[in-house]
Write a protein that binds this ligand. Sequence first.
Ligand SMILES: [Zn+2]
Length: 165
Amino acid sequence: MDPLREQLSKAKSEQDYATISRQAQLERWHQHAQFCCLCASALKPHPVEEVARQCTQCGHVHYPPISPCIIVLVIKDDQCLLAHAAKYPPGRFSTLAGFIEPGETAEQAVAREVKEEVGIEVHNIRYIKSQSWPFPHSLMLGFFADYLAGEILPDGDEIFRSALV
Ligand SMILES: [Zn+2]
């Protein structure tokens, strides 16, 4: 198992999880954010802000990225949709998830990801809760959605198998 994933799985509380996630994301970002994306000059730690780096040439202030994603449990009557992704080890199933694209709302991303990955339409999309997801810098927004129409047809690329269980 990935060391960070293992460390997070052993978190004793939500606060413990948040601390591990924050530390991992900031460590990685400080290692990788070495040069300015505007002028390519070296970055240095910001003199005041802990979570920022500043360009030594143009002064631009850089902050760690956070990429919003959705994860959704699709419900039909007393069943829920689980899928086996191509990258999963045998026997692992999960709810559907994906990145929010530019210009989209989180709810639109839920409907699009479900349609793209398993070919069905959903409605009654409702937000439940969010969680930091440091792989490498996501914010996972959790939703429930109800099945509306269509036959389950895994895309065969990201999703190999999917079923209401
Ligand atoms: Zn610069």
